[in-house]
Write a protein that binds this ligand. Sequence first.
Ligand code: FES
Ligand code: FES
Length: 209
Amino acid sequence: MANDGKERKGVSRREFLKVTGAGAALTELLTVKTEEAASAPPAKVVRVPKNRTVPVTLRVNGKVYKLQLEPRVTLLDALRNHLNLTGTKKVCNRGECGACTVLMDGKPVNSCMILAVDAEGHDIVTIEGLAKGGKLHPVQEAFVEHDAMQCGFCTPGFIMAAVGLLNQNKAPTLDEIRSALSGNLCRCGVYPRIFAAVADAAKRMRSGA
Ligand code: FES
Ligand code: FES
């Protein structure tokens, strides 16, 4: 069928000119930007001397440690690599999984997100510091009795987060337990047993066990 010029499909000559005009303008803009970037002075490079360390004093599980650390060292790396406290786990190393949870002044924190230098002057408690006189903390006991772990890699972080919760709330509801532990991830998926263990630990602590 003959085309009368009114019902043509596709791009009209006018639209084609508009599009190619815009394309040419964009190409020109990009060319200018590229040339500007090429002629810009090089970014200033700041070189930090290797092995430059600063004195850091940490109080961990009631003991005082004097260390020499690079300022970039996290509390997590200081604990694991310099104090050999490897119960605190390193998984994501960016504040997403809770495996590195320790208590700082009684509150749970992700130790991978805190510089060791910023932990000076605070009381740090790790999983190694919970048992007293050879007796497990009630939260640890409850985790064992409820079999609240499979691979166990997330367990220290969950226990520290739970202890932090029970420090502040002696009788948490299930929702409060879930909420307090929401920053901790368990790839094995034993959440129901973990929540049950924490609820049980709260009861034991209230009864003075
Ligand atoms: S290792 Fe710190 S939050 Fe995952
Ligand atoms: S028990 Fe394996 S990740 Fe939680």
